[in-house]
Design a binder for this molecule. Structure first.
Ligand code: DGL
Length: 264
């Protein structure tokens, strides 16, 4: 199985893209809804929770792991790779940046995410390593996750807050904007409109699905181990709330059955 985890429901935006790119494989998803948000927590706690989430998926026989959460990707991806050297672990930071590098012309790239993601500066380090000319502009957008969770996807209030967050990025004349948070693809329309025609908006969820597909094409031994009955995906959450079910329907366009799981 392809194991995918997130701090909550937002990681289903990654699940959606993986299902589209690789419909033949079974997915097991864990959303840590009882402990969300990760984005305002310390590095130590984000690492601890990410480790527990990964252990849960591996115990359920996931063969590869996808960290759908940007906060966990930014803070804990290397830590998890050290802990599980035998397991292929994808994160969502690098794929988004690879795509950003492909589309940018001015090399002025904006990154929006949670406070922990922005604080990690992992995007800047990666981009500078590949192309030192690149200029990275960060903006933490802590209000966007609760707005999405509340279902305020088209409200004027949301629009105003997005405009506020994008102000400095626009002033800095970015030409590419990376949606470095699981929830932001649900606001992609508003963000794209407000960012303006000159800014290309990158959704890392699409690119990570492509990178998993490419990896599997080159690794038939991993493919041989994956369960290939894509229709019976398994979904777990540490708190199965109505909100989780509502948002999952918005993301996946259908009802899913979610089992409760305690992760310690
Ligand atoms: N999943 C988180 C991310 O992508 C957003 C929600 C949170 O703060 O845990 O960064």
């Amino acid at each position: 199985m392809i194991g995918i985890f997130d701090s909550g429901v937002g990681g289903l935006t990654v699940v959606k893209q993986v299902i589209q790119a690789l419909p033949q494989y079974k997915i097991i998803y864990f959303g840590d809804t009882a402990r969300i948000p990760y984005g305002s927590r310390s590095e130590a706690i984000i690492k601890k929770y990410s480790l527990q989430d990964t252990e849960f998926l591996l115990e359920k026989n996931a063969e590869i792991i996808v960290i759908a959460c940007h906060t966990a990707s930014a803070v804990a991806a290397d830590y998890l790779r050290e802990k599980f050297p035998q397991t292929k672990i994808f994160d969502v930071v690098q794929p988004g940046l690879d795509q950003a590098l492909k589309v940018t012309r001015s090399k002025r790239i904006g990154i929006i995410g949670t406070e922990a993601t922005v604080k990690s500066e992992v995007h800047e380090r990666y981009l500078k390593k590949i192309d030192p000319q690149t200029k990275v502009f960060y903006q933490a957008c802590p209000l966007l996750v609760p707005l999405v969770e509340e279902g305020w996807l088209k409200r004027q209030e949301t629009r105003r807050i997005v405009r506020y967050y994008l102000k400095s990025l626009k002033k800095n004349k970015i030409d590419t904007l990376v949606l470095a948070c699981t929830h932001y693809p649900l606001l992609a329309k508003i963000i794209t409109e407000i960012a303006g025609k000159s800014v290309k908006v990158v959704d890392p969820a699409q690119e990570v699905a492509i990178q998993i597909k490419e990896y599997l094409q080159k690794n038939p031994t991993v493919v041989a181990k994956l369960t290939k009955n894509g229709q019976q995906h398994e979904f777990y959450a540490s708190d199965v709330s109505d909100q989780f079910l509502n948002i999952s329907h918005k993301i996946l366009g259908k009802n899913i059955s979610v089992k409760s799981a305690e992760v310690t």
